[in-house]
Design a protein around this ligand. Sequence first.
Ligand SMILES: C[S@@+](CC[C@H](N)C(=O)[O-])C[C@H]1O[C@@H](n2cnc3c(N)ncnc32)[C@H](O)[C@@H]1O
Length: 248
Amino acid sequence: MRYSLDKKEQIEIDFWKKSQFESSDHFSPQNLNNKLQECENLAYRLQKHQVHIQGKKEILEIGAGQGWASCFIKSTYLPEANFTVTDISEYAVDSVKYWEAHFKVKMAKTFAAKSYAIDAPDDSFDLIFCYAAAHHFVLIEETLIELKRLLKKNGLIIFIYEPTCSRLLYPLFYRYVNKMPHSTPEDVLIPSRIKKMCKSIGLTYENYYDPKVIIDRNIRTTQYFNFLHSFPFLQRVLPSSSDLIFYE
Ligand SMILES: C[S@@+](CC[C@H](N)C(=O)[O-])C[C@H]1O[C@@H](n2cnc3c(N)ncnc32)[C@H](O)[C@@H]1O
């Protein structure tokens, strides 16, 4: 079932209000445990893109959820950088305090914002990123136009750990992922579609397929991704996982 944009965004916003383990009322051990696993996956992916990350000073995260990724990156890689943490849900952003305390860091700014309407001046950031979030944004083209506006000269946008699939298999895979139990509607990015968008927006786009499994998943999913890892030519066609890089 496809939701209207308003309805879909409201589901995303309310998830963080109602969540049993991830609401801003308390910091649950389950949440801590899950996100520390995600940190390992993020670290694996960042190490591949290190050259793009190092030395960055003004950083924006979009679709940040509770902002654990920005807190982790500041504490581990970029202690001098200023981080602005945003998510569509104010209930998610309310939890940044837990991660600031866990990683002993302070974010420069935290506020609720849609990926395609962010309250910040032009040319504000030299790195804009999201982790496992862009496939939730719906308005991808509008988001990329907004991020291009916010990007400083020689800046970089990176969408980390996104599900991807070919245009051919998209209808099937879309149906499959939304049949599984999820708390919010799921989607998947189509690299060829994004490439076309970038051409008209004036962004250079690089797609890095990487189905390596770092996080504990069920056996079937792990076997599938291990298989895909061994046959790189299939990663363009079958459902896979990607890091997407954009710059002017
Ligand atoms: C799968 S979660 C990932 C959250 C976070 N990056 C993490 O790894 O915990 C997707 C996130 O995107 C946010 N989101 C959905 N649509 C959005 C939009 N249009 N603009 C900004 N954030 C959005 C949701 O509220 C949610 O926090």
